[in-house]
Design a protein around this ligand. Sequence first.
Ligand SMILES: *Cc1c(COP(=O)(O)O)cnc(C)c1O
Length: 429
Amino acid sequence: MKREKSEALFEKAQTYFPGGVNSPVRAFRSVGGTPLFIEKGDGCRIWDADGNEFIDFCGSWGPLILGHNHPAVRERIIAAVNKGTSFGAPTALENELAELILSNNRFIEKIRFVSSGTEAVMSALRLARGFTGKPVILKFEGCYHGHVDSMLVKAGSGLSTFGISSSAGIPESVSNDTIVLPLNDRRAVEIAISDYAHDIACIIIEPVAANNGLLLQDKSYLEFLRKICTQNNILLIFDEVISGFRLGFEGAAGHYNIQPDIITYGKIIGGGMPVGAYGARKEIMSHISPEGNVYQAGTLSGNPVAMSAGIAQLHECLKPGFYEMLEKKTKYFLNEITANCKLQTVNCKLFSLGSIFWFAFTDKEKIQSSSDIDPESMNRFKLFYKELLERGIYLGPSGYEVGFVSSAHSENDLKIAAEKIGEALSKVI
Ligand SMILES: *Cc1c(COP(=O)(O)O)cnc(C)c1O
């Protein structure tokens, strides 16, 4: 596999950007080697600067549920650009995307558009604090919520203690208002709430935790969180930046039929453009400025080009049978992989939900919290990853990242990919 052009570009990039990238995992540090510089994408395939072709299961980390360069999305973006790129004034496109979402989602009544998932989470946390008048946020280890200060906090020692920051530049005064607990541990939640219910504004969770492997929670655990929040005047926030519009149009809330108080979105909602959003029932959303006193704003919020991409993409998602088709493709793909390789012989398990999948090198039957993941297993992923690239298969460059099937993956593409994956796995002994 040729890498010369990517290598030269990366060398240049290192003189411009810290670590040569504008977002850390792109630097390939956990899989080794230089990152591939991507030149173009079409359907389920991408091509790098050296002309290597890959079947892509990263999908820009989740947003591209229709694959790359989908004609409907592209045309809608071009039509919008032809009319100017930004006005900082309301446009009908914002209404159109909001209408599309709100009339097809039973779990939120009003929405506010922002420009990233991080911004959506940051705003949702402020709203929860403003609405409840309480300062503390409870989160779970193994859930990623963007690079918000109060979310870059890991568990302190012992249950029901406040967290310590996992990044430099975050003062104790911030991490002191975040409690971090292990996932899938009801007792830990009960203890924290009995100690601090009067201070806790919200519990935030990725209902389908998909940023630290795929830590699938039991529905009853999510129901337990719903119940304990209601009983204690604590808001439940579902961070659906990955699961929203992925597990179904109503995301994890719809999949599990659980009503959170606030939901955050990102990734798919923008059709490959920078969009995030948060939504809730009217009573909660009325606390956002200018209606209420929780301030939140954005120069490029509701940007017409980004809204257009979102409208085009979500229109496709709303077509009858879209999610059933996606799930069928994913099942087919995973079955083909297991047919091509006896996973147990290489100590690998495939976890999945909807069109999300994750390769875990483990003996365990279930992986539901981050401590269930053996860091040593990432060395095996590294070997696997190298074999995959050589065979034209692209995944997110870290064993903690999940993969995504898009509607652009045909049965034939998936069959080919499954064969290559089988070969690659057999090398990881
Ligand atoms: C990606 C992600 C974010 C952050 O979104 P950005 O657009 O990268 O800021 C937040 N929460 C979850 C669950 C995510 O997957």
